[in-house]
Design a protein around this ligand. Structure first.
Ligand SMILES: Nc1ncnc2c1ncn2[C@@H]1O[C@H](COP(=O)(O)OP(=O)(O)OP(=O)(O)O)[C@@H](O)[C@H]1O
Ligand SMILES: [Mg+2]
Length: 587
């Protein structure tokens, strides 16, 4: 094909190469906004005011009270590869600031009209420059407070193609808001104010504790009335990484991953390893019925994570990604175990002589239940009765009616029993490595390279009871399987040759052994769920008060008691306050 251009090579001029780079860093207004706010945070700002107009395309403005820019550096700040944050290569492997590439402002400046005004903390006056598509227009001295103001107007005015790719004004606005939510979650000590088209959208005052910011952001982003005290904290430390964060109670869960906020060394990231670790943990508990909502902060030494993978720095690469995967997954799983929406943690079972004090009126239990329960309480072991709500009676042979300090509860006896048996089975079976030897091994053909990779990971699978062997250059044989992969009648729940082929196919993936182990576990858990379902009390079967007491006490000791293994709720709760409101005793 004949080229329109000559075949000689020429160097692109600065303006054009800045525009090309801008395509990577500032693909849309929210990306430019992220860069501006990160610069303010790097300058030690404690108060930020962000304003946008028309989705950020007309205007993006960030006003900060940081240390400002030296008057002689103002022009330099807009130059490519000009930065005050790193000086030599070794700094690149230990980044402590949000920015370090020295190209954000140059990129934004190349595709907008930009006004930069700043007063450095050591100077009595400030300076302002105006720049239009990298052409410096104006520079003058001005009076202003210490700090920096950047106004970016007419974003992409000189790159109409880029402008065409923007979404609706509403979605660009919401992308800007989401970007600020993430930045705010990473810097609770900074006050964030956000204005959209001249109207104040939100204000997060500076707070001392991360959980206070988490509550502020979730209240704003998802319109929830959640209090700090409702958040479930979690944390775990390992020698080379630690993780902490806050999980929302299950009643606030929404069917979207928008409420999963992940941070690595405070940087908000979209990382597959982390995301998958959270979802894997959630799947075991919630069975895909909902996504967990949480803010999770991973801290690891800057040397063990590379943030210089992508121009927007939202992707990271870990040196030890499978350890990170395991750490996040187990931490989130333990946090989810603490979410028992319907069961308050520290209620003691009322003894017959001291009836539970209900707030302003009491709920009388049918006397025959009381009497029977009194006799039988003596035979129940003390720990089983130590906790749990008070059983009052059964409706339609299906729902247990109970009360506790906070209100009235209806418990679906089948769903509750299912969860109790499921957790028991899960703990027993997953803890033990059982495997059933096959009389005749199943031989599966796979590509040689996959067989090599798979061979190296066989130990992980045999921990789960799945014993595979390399039986030829392109052959893997299945010798023993975990009994949980068999149905009650001994037929397999899955096709083993398909499983091995899938294992082989995922081997190239970085976390292959974990993904594979998870897949095997999931099939086993599905099996458990149906086993515990069949073994559980049916709705419609009447339980004796003692059986009911016992079930309630067990529930209180069981992880994930709020939902059955299929994701249905086990308990409905009506707080005394709500009841009183309904009867108009209070307003
Ligand atoms: N709000 C601000 N307050 C103080 N200095 C600023 C501010 N914004 C930019 N600067 C200065 O301008 C320089 C260039 O900013 P720019 O965002 O282009 O690069 P960077 O932050 O160093 O790296 P990156 O491209 O990774 O963001 C910064 O290194 C900093 O010295
Ligand atoms: Mg920057």
């Amino acid at each position: 094909m004949q080229s329109l251009f000559s075949s000689r090579i020429t160097k692109l001029d600065d303006a054009l190469s800045n525009q090309i780079a801008a395509g990577e860093v500032v693909e849309r207004p929210s990306a430019a906004l992220k860069e501006l706010v990160e610069n303010s945070l790097d300058a030690g700002a404690t108060t930020l005011r962000v304003s946008i107009r028309e989705g950020g395309v007309k205007l993006l403005e960030v006003v900060d009270d940081g240390h400002g820019i030296h008057p002689e550096d103002l022009r330099l700040a807009l130059d490519r590869h000009a930065t005050s944050k790193i000086r030599e290569t070794k700094d690149l492997f230990a980044i402590h600031t949000w920015g370090f590439r020295g190209e954000a402002l140059a990129s934004i400046g190349a595709v907008s009209r930009l006004k930069l005004s700043s007063r450095h903390k050591d100077f009595p006056v400030g300076r302002e420059i105006v720049c239009e598509a990298t052409q410096l227009k104006d520079a003058k001295e001005i009076t202003r407070t210490v700090g920096t103001t950047i106004e970016v107007s007419e974003l992409f005015f000189n790159t109409p193609a880029r402008r065409k790719f923007l979404k609706s004004q509403a979605s660009e606005t919401s992308a800007c808001a989401q970007t600020l939510h993430r930045l705010a979650l990473a810097s609770p000590e900074v006050s964030f104010e956000f204005w959209i088209d001249g109207k104040k959208s939100f204000h997060f005052p500076a707070v001392k504790k991360t959980e206070e910011r988490v509550a502020q952001v979730f209240r704003e982003a998802f319109n929830l009335e959640i209090g700090v005290e409702e958040l479930i904290p979690f944390s775990k430390n390992k020698p080379d990484a630690s993780v902490h964060g806050f999980l929302l109670p299950t009643k606030y869960f929404i069917p979207s991953s928008r409420g999963i906020f992940l941070f690595v060394n405070k940087r908000s990231v979209k990382d597959k390893v982390l995301q998958q670790a959270v979802m894997t943990a959630a799947k075991e508990v919630l069975f895909g019925s909902a996504y967990p909502q949480l803010a999770l902060y991973l801290e690891t030494s800057p040397e063990s994570v590379d943030v210089n993978v992508h121009p927007t720095k939202s992707e990271v690469r870990f040196r030890n990604s499978s350890q990170i995967f395991g750490l996040i997954r187990s931490t989130v799983e333990e946090a989810l175990a603490k979410t028992r929406p319907a069961m308050p943690e520290d209620i003691s079972f009322p003894s017959p002589s001291t009836p539970m004090a209900a707030p302003s009126f009491s709920f009388e239990a049918p006397t025959h239940f009381h009497q029977k329960a009194d006799i039988e309480q003596e035979v129940l072991s003390p720990p089983a009765l130590a906790r749990g709500p008070q059983f009052l009676g059964t409706l339609k042979n299906t729902y247990l009616v109970c009360q506790d300090d906070e209100g009235l509860l209806l418990v679906d006896q089948h769903a509750a029993h299912e969860r109790v048996s499921y957790e028991k089975l899960r703990k027993q079976r997953l803890a033990r490595t059982e495997s059933a030897q096959l009389l005749i091994p199943i031989i599966v053909e796979v590509p040689e390279r996959s067989a090599d990779l798979l061979e190296a990971e066989l130990g992980k699978l045999s921990d789960l009871g799945l014993e595979l062997d390399r039986s030829g250059p392109t052959q893997i044989s299945v010798r023993a399987i975990p009994p949980l992969l068999l149905r009650g009648d001994g037929t397999p729940r899955i096709s083993f040759s398909k499983l091995v082929k899938e294992l082989a196919a995922t081997m190239e993936h970085e976390n292959a052994p974990d993904i594979v182990a998870d897949e095997v576990k999931k099939v086993m858990l599905d099996g458990l769920a149906s086993e515990s379902c069949h073994g559980s009390v049916r709705a419609g079967k009447s339980l004796s008060p003692m059986e009911a007491h016992h079930l309630l006490a067990q529930m209180d000791q069981t992880d994930f008691a709020g939902h059955c293994p299929h994701g249905r709720p086990t308990t409905l709760r009506l707080d005394w306050r709500d009841i009183e409101k309904m009867f108009k005793r209070i307003v």
